[in-house]
Design a protein around this ligand. Structure first.
Ligand SMILES: *[C@@H]1O[C@H](CO)[C@@H](O)[C@H](O)[C@H]1NC(C)=O
Ligand SMILES: *[C@@H]1O[C@H](CO)[C@@H](O)[C@H](O)[C@H]1NC(C)=O
Ligand SMILES: *[C@@H]1O[C@H](CO)[C@@H](O)[C@H](O)[C@H]1NC(C)=O
Ligand SMILES: *[C@@H]1O[C@H](CO)[C@@H](O)[C@H](O)[C@H]1NC(C)=O
Ligand SMILES: *[C@@H]1O[C@H](CO)[C@@H](O)[C@H](O)[C@H]1NC(C)=O
Ligand SMILES: *[C@@H]1O[C@H](CO)[C@@H](O)[C@H](O)[C@H]1NC(C)=O
Ligand SMILES: *[C@@H]1O[C@H](CO)[C@@H](O)[C@H](O)[C@H]1NC(C)=O
Ligand SMILES: *[C@@H]1O[C@H](CO)[C@@H](O)[C@H](O)[C@H]1NC(C)=O
Ligand SMILES: *[C@@H]1O[C@H](CO)[C@@H](O)[C@H](O)[C@H]1NC(C)=O
Length: 481
């Protein structure tokens, strides 16, 4: 009797002890890496939430395992600084215009030029940007990729405050990183060199909003890393609540994120709207209610907050397939009535034209608003699709060419939609098409369960950084606002 009571006590005591120790570790972990604990798991889990990858789409974004919540084992890879040491940033994490350009990212473990760059001319800093072709007329879409040791702008192993672990290929088992070291050189015109300082200076008191799908979110995370220099910043506040971007009770994730660089009062946000249209549950009280997808109406969020935005960057593209529609219970509506027989191509075309037209109609009332539509980010599934063994295993950059010369866009639907409007077209399709080696591919942090490769999303740092450089250059060319 006594013995058993004692035994019970001992068990209880050890339980309490274990709990205490665990709590201590948790607190310690929070202290050390609050963002890892708070931000990343959240952003991890949200990614592949039912809303996005519900069901088993026939075509579309691969529901691959590297996107599943996998955050409880980051320590070993994240800790290894030696594999990803980057110098050459000033203390604010920004490179000054050409000033530090000779200060190379001096790390032997970064396999510079390990890829086949023999056919690629290394870009030399000319320090002369006066070779004038009117910036305004420069579309930046034509040009070529050049190897540049001054890339990337931030470390994929360090920018964990903003970068989802699943997109930080430096944390995965990938060993070639030459894809990080290319720069886009537009043809016949100089693109103003990006710097975080210049960006923040120009965006003083301003708000930039990315609205779109997961590729928009990649561009958002890329910009956060570029502007912060990929360093932990204590002067950046989470201001999601100001835009209703808070996790609802029971929700897996908020609908977006908003951060403010307090020194310049610059806000950068992302709002998830995969279709760039208005979604209204048909039976709000029911679980898995069908959702009216109003192809001809802007997302409610955009309408509500447009007054607060100075720059918007819109995109859509990879959710226009039957699998995604069924998974999300989307029912197409036009003019407020269901249109069940509309083809996907027509629906997408109609939506892109509608949103562009609507935003364009808002510009006269919002003289300080600059609106961009970003073209389709290309997929690179070879020898199959995401669910039929398609792959993108190439690690040899630009093996299919490094140059874009053709006049017409690689995304004709979007190009047609923005034509004749005051929406600026951020045409990244053709230049990204050449970068099949820059996707997540098969690389994961942990051995993945048997599932397809991701030849849709990009490693970060990587190709979306270039989209932001072009965005920056175009924004600058548009002048004061
Ligand atoms: C975490 O990483 C360690 C060391 O690489 C490994 O032994 C362990 O199995 C991993 N745990 C999980 C849950 O993946
Ligand atoms: C860190 O990475 C380097 C190079 O990849 C490797 O040699 C080293 O063993 C790693 N260290 C740890 C602690 O994982
Ligand atoms: C590198 O590319 C060049 C030109 O495309 C080609 O001739 C050469 O064989 C390639 N070398 C390797 C190692 O892949
Ligand atoms: C810059 O380029 C322009 C036009 O090509 C040239 O006239 C000028 O001399 C150059 N300036 C310098 C400092 O190289
Ligand atoms: C930013 O806003 C503050 C407060 O409204 C104002 O004092 C300041 O002059 C503004 N700065 C710029 C560059 O607009
Ligand atoms: C920040 O900018 C907004 C305009 O975007 C302005 O209303 C606000 O007063 C500014 N805040 C500060 C502290 O300057
Ligand atoms: C949609 O197509 C089905 C089958 O082809 C047809 O029966 C139905 O009338 C069509 N509905 C509309 C609204 O056109
Ligand atoms: C897309 O819609 C526009 C405007 O309604 C139309 O002019 C164009 O022909 C359509 N394009 C396609 C590919 O259906
Ligand atoms: C574009 O903006 C300019 C200047 O505000 C205006 O004159 C023009 O009518 C606009 N064009 C369209 C198609 O809205």
């Amino acid at each position: 009797m006594k013995g058993s009571i004692l035994g019970l006590r001992a068990t209880k005591l050890s339980f309490i002890l274990i709990t205490l120790v665990c709590t201590m570790f948790l607190i310690w972990g929070w202290d050390k890496t609050p963002y890892l604990v708070s931000l990343l798991p959240q952003s991890q889990s949200l990614k592949f939430t039912p809303e996005i990858f519900i069901g088993s789409p026939v075509k579309g974004i691969p529901p691959d395992s590297n996107m599943k919540d996998a955050d409880n084992n980051r320590s070993n890879s994240a800790k290894n600084e030696t594999s990803d040491k980057h110098e050459g940033y000033d203390e604010k994490g920004n490179r000054e215009d050409g000033k530090n350009s000779k200060e190379k990212v001096s790390d032997a473990s970064v396999p510079v030029g390990s890829a086949n760059t023999s056919s690629v001319v290394t870009w030399k800093r000319k320090g002369n940007f006066s070779s004038q072709v009117n910036k305004q007329t420069c579309d930046y879409g034509k040009g070529n990729w050049v190897a540049d040791d001054d890339r990337p702008f931030y470390s994929g192993g360090r920018c964990l405050q903003w970068l989802s672990e699943m997109w930080a290929c430096r944390l995965t088992d990938r060993t070639d990183f030459s894809y990080e070291k290319f720069r886009w050189q537009p043809k016949d015109c100089e693109m103003e060199e990006y710097s975080g300082k210049k960006f923040l200076r120009r965006m003083r008191n301003k708000t930039l909003a990315f609205i779109g799908d997961s590729l928009g979110r990649q561009q958002f995370q890329s910009l956060m890393c570029m502007v912060s220099g990929g360093r932990v910043r204590n002067d950046v506040n989470d201001v999601g609540w100001e835009y209703g971007l808070v996790k609802a009770r029971g929700a897996v994730r908020p609908d977006g994120w908003a951060y403010r660089f307090t020194r310049t009062n610059t806000t950068i946000l992302f709002y998830w709207s995969a279709c760039l249209c208005d979604l209204q549950p048909l039976h709000p009280s029911k679980r898995n209610s069908e959702v009216a997808m109003h192809l001809d109406r802007p997302p409610a969020f955009l309408k509500q907050y447009l007054d607060r935005f100075n720059v918007i960057v819109l995109n859509t593209g990879h959710h226009w397939n039957r699998g995604k529609f069924d998974g999300n219970h989307w029912v197409m509506h036009v003019g407020g009535v269901p249109t069940p027989n509309k083809s996907m191509v027509d629906a997408k075309n109609l939506t892109i034209h509608s949103i562009v037209k609507w935003v364009d109609s808002q510009l006269p009332e919002h003289p300080k608003l600059r609106a961009f539509y970003r073209s389709l980010s290309p997929r690179h599934f070879f020898n199959g699709d995401w669910n039929t063994g398609g792959s993108c295993d190439n690690t040899n950059p630009l093996s299919k060419g490094k140059e874009v010369l053709k006049e017409e866009s690689g995304d004709l639907i979007s190009a047609m939609a923005v034509k004749g409007t005051n929406i600026t077209f951020l045409d990244i399709t053709a230049l990204s098409e050449l970068r099949d080696e820059g996707h997540l591919s098969r690389y994961t942090i942990r051995p993945r369960q048997a599932s397809g490769q991701d030849c849709l999303h990009w490693c970060l740092p990587g190709v979306p950084d270039t989209w932001n450089e072009i965005l920056f250059a175009k924004l600058s060319a548009l002048g004061r606002f």
